[in-house]
Write a protein that binds this ligand. Structure first.
Ligand SMILES: [Zn+2]
Ligand SMILES: [Zn+2]
Length: 456
């Protein structure tokens, strides 16, 4: 990192602090400052500041690291110096598969962790110098979904889709919550201040998307209760977080289904009581003339998991009668490209969705979160079971997490050692190696990969 860049940051920090007390100053001089030949920083609004970002330019080109020039911030916007950003598998196609549709030049990423360097005049919750987590999902607290306990489906963040910087040729670039850049520019509803200096930004970055979802799936809407049996499909970073949430909630049996051996081992280390390799139980075939309210498939994996979660007695008047686990968590999804590590029985991820339904006990709960299934894929359920059953389903890639409420809780649990995110940070990369970080994520050769744009 050149010295001039570091000293410029110090100047910025001072300038940003001055902006806190005087919003009007933010509005002067920005647009002109962004024009060519201007010094790096002209106003407290940061207009003209230069930084590097990993940008998906358009549909035809794969993303690359480019120089960017910040547009002046305003309103609820914040400028955050990115310390760590994890690579979400959801972005693998954007980064590695040519021709993935892109409407506008966009910084890649699903959030990150960093230090606030400037705030717009309307920002209330963060101050310059705060460390914040920027989550993939906003939680505005005001939209219909936030007001009805589904902040992970917040609509508030969609109201300000504006370009925040320019490429050298003037092309506008949207930063969204992209963490794969030296700076994140987001509205404050995406950013939550954290006050736990003993937990590293790389560890916290796991919470921006994947692990925040996993913890949410077992700690929010799904009523994992003490002594319950939980089956978790998938021991990637989402599933490994879900395991830890289930353990904290008091589950006595946490069975993890995962095809990759090193991930099964990690699952055991983080709280799983049992692990199962699904490739050992691949047999699945339709049952001819199956009854409407019974199984439609003879499935070796479902049978095995039912056997493992069988109640200690079959005497119904002694409290028995449950078939299958209390709760089933799905954290698998479809493979966007073939990984180097072993694949599960169905690379589309659709069979697992059906197995979740079949396996879940009659009044149990299913949480699903995965992406990457083929566009044309459908999950089909027996109509009589769907209409007359009593299974509960909590879907959503956010896992039911309210990030502004839950991120500080999760970091507190990391600080006390009740949640281990260090084990999920497989490898860190400088910004220049962001593409490789996504490649390793897609190959599944490490548990997860984290880019550290400004940490050298
Ligand atoms: Zn994500
Ligand atoms: Zn909202």
């Amino acid at each position: 990192m050149p010295k001039s860049r570091i000293s410029r940051r110090r100047v910025l920090k001072t300038a940003g602090a001055a902006a806190v007390g005087g919003g009007a100053a933010l509005l002067g001089g920005g647009p002109l400052a962004a024009q060519g030949g201007a010094p790096a920083v002209l106003t407290n609004a940061q207009g003209g500041r230069r930084f590097r970002g990993f940008v998906k330019f358009n549909t035809a080109q794969l993303p690359d690291v480019v120089d960017l020039t910040l547009r002046p911030i305003t309103g609820r916007q914040m400028v955050i110096r990115t310390e760590a950003a994890q690579t979400c598998y959801t972005s693998v196609d954007q980064v590695l598969i040519p021709g993935t549709p892109t409407n506008q030049a966009t910084i890649v990423g699903h959030g990150g962790v960093g230090i606030v360097e400037a705030i717009g005049p309307q920002v209330l919750s963060a101050r310059v110098g705060d460390r914040v987590i920027v989550n993939l999902h906003a939680s505005c607290g005001r939209c219909f979904n936030c007001l009805n306990m589904r902040s992970d489906k917040c609509r508030g963040g969609q109201t300000d889709n504006v370009a925040t910087c320019n490429m050298p040729d003037g092309t506008p670039v949207f930063s969204r919550t992209g963490g794969m850049a030296e700076l994140m520019i987001v509205n404050e509803e995406y950013a939550t201040p954290l006050f736990h200096p003993n937990v590293s930004s790389a560890e916290i970055s796991m919470l921006t998307c994947v692990a925040g979802c996993g913890l949410g799936m077992t700690m929010t809407n799904v009523p994992v209760e003490v002594a319950s049996d939980v089956v978790i499909f998938g021991a990637g970073p989402v599933g490994l977080a879900a395991i830890q949430g289930a353990k904290i909630k008091g589950a006595s049996r946490i069975i993890v289904v995962e095809p990759i051996a090193y991930r099964r081992q990690l699952a055991m280390k983080l709280g799983a009581t049992d692990v199962v390799d699904p490739n050992q139980f691949r047999d699945r075939r339709p049952i001819p003339n199956a009854p409407a309210n019974g199984d439609r498939f003879r499935d070796a994996l479902v049978d095995h998991l039912r056997e493992m979660t069988k109640p200690v007695t079959d005497r119904i008047w002694a409290g028995s009668g449950r078939i299958g686990p209390h709760h089933v968590i799905e954290a698998v999804g479809g493979d966007k490209i073939r990984p180097k590590e072993v694949q599960g029985p169905d690379p589309t991820g659709v069979t697992v969705l059906n197995q979740c339904w079949e396996l879940c006990s009659a009044i149990g709960t299913i949480a699903t979160c995965s992406v990457g299934h083929p566009q044309t894929a459908f999950v089909s359920l027996p109509a009589s079971q769907w209409a007359d059953g009593a299974k509960h389903h909590w879907p959503g890639t956010g896992g039911g997490t309210n990030d502004r409420r839950d991120s500080p809780r999760h970091v507190r649990l990391m600080e006390t050692g009740q949640i281990n995110m260090k084990a999920l940070v497989g490898k860190t990369y400088p910004l220049s190696q962001t593409r490789q970080a996504y490649q390793d994520c897609a190959d599944r050769t490490v548990i997860s990969t984290v880019v550290t744009p400004t940490i050298t």
